[in-house]
Design a protein around this ligand. Structure first.
Ligand code: G3I
Length: 300
């Protein structure tokens, strides 16, 4: 196959990108994105600050712009994200305890009702752990340690048809504390019947030319708990070809690794553009990393 999406589809997987609504009228951007990918994540437009700027007043205009752009092209959409310590609506800042807990529940219900039956997955909770595997301090964590499971139970009831994911960064190295902390939570959720379907490994790689230790072991270990895994926000310092082909191969080697999403189209679109971490350069040309990923997908 000659595009990332079609090449990934040969093994039943998807290849996606983050999309920024503000860039969709850039012809180079939208033609590359529309050609290469078959899954889309809104880079910012479905986050709590964007979707519920005032309490109970939802705004889906930018999120819908991305959703419509993607589905008109036959692409699927991952929802990102419902509950996170960052990019919260400013009015959450005035709440705590049970009122913040209720605001989170109402937010999940309001957003998921709008997208009910339309999305492939939701990142229900994003980045809730510290590097050592303990829970990250946040206003949400302060509402009680059960806030994550309440978010997942609320989400399942709101839309039983969509896959519910926990999403985080620095959980790619199997021997890392944070990876183990997230693993124990998924294990606990599965043992107690808390609804969860998938783990998103953001896969923001920095430096070096080799993958974090036992990356494939991490994927297969999460999968063995009975969840799908996905690489959800891939970017790599200087787009190291060996890391890009290695992360692609690791996903291909794990049956429950269902897809890969890169966190932007061109280097110039990236949140860390100075590191040139994506598959297309600022001019929209395919980089060596693009070819290494495409070849790995085609060899599967
Ligand atoms: O849209 C406003 C614009 O109106 C304003 O003039 C401008 C001035 O600062 O800010 C613009 O908003 C920025 C927004 O991106 C859109 O460009 C925010 O400041 C900026 O903070 C925001 O950054 C986003 C970041 O999440 C915020 O946490 C990045 O685009 C986005 O790529 C990044 O994505 C996160 C994932 O959601 C979770 N994992 C890590 C990943 C990278 O940080």
């Amino acid at each position: 196959a000659t595009t990332l999406g079609a090449a990934a589809a040969q093994s039943g997987r998807y290849f996606g990108t983050a999309i920024a609504a503000s860039r969709l009228n850039d012809g180079t951007y939208s033609s590359i994105a529309g050609r290469e990918f078959n899954m889309v994540t809104a880079e910012n437009e479905m986050k709590p600050d964007a979707t519920e700027p005032q309490r109970g007043q939802f705004n889906f205009s930018a999120g819908d712009q991305i959703y419509n752009w993607a589905t008109q092209r036959g692409m699927k959409v991952r929802g990102h994200t419902l509950a996170w310590h960052s990019q919260q609506p400013s009015w959450w800042g005035g709440l705590s305890g049970s009122s913040l807990r209720q605001a989170m529940i109402d937010h999940i219900n309001g957003v998921m009702a709008h997208y009910k039956g339309k999305l492939a997955a939701w990142d229900v909770v994003n980045e809730a752990f510290n590097e050592d595997g303990s829970r990250r301090n946040s206003n949400l964590q302060a509402t009680g340690n059960d806030w994550i499971e309440v978010a997942f139970r609320t989400a399942r009831a709101a839309d039983p048809s969509v896959k519910l994911c926990y999403n985080d960064y620095n959980i790619e190295n199997w021997s890392y504390g944070k990876t183990q902390g997230v693993y124990r939570m998924i294990q606990d959720f599965k043992s107690r019947g808390v609804p969860i379907d998938c783990v998103g490994l953001q896969t923001h790689f920095t430096g070096g030319s080799s993958l974090p230790s036992n990356f494939q072991t991490t994927l297969s270990s999460f999968a063995a708990l009975g969840v799908d895994v996905a690489l959800t926000e891939v970017d790599v310092t200087n787009a190291s070809t060996s890391q890009y082909s290695g992360l692609t191969q690791a996903c291909l080697n794990v049956p429950r690794c269902i897809g890969i999403t890169v966190w932007g189209v061109r280097d110039s679109d990236s949140w860390r553009s100075s590191e040139s971490p994506l598959l297309f350069d600022g001019g929209g040309n395919k980089k060596a990393a693009y070819t290494s990923v495409l070849n790995a997908l085609n060899a599967a």
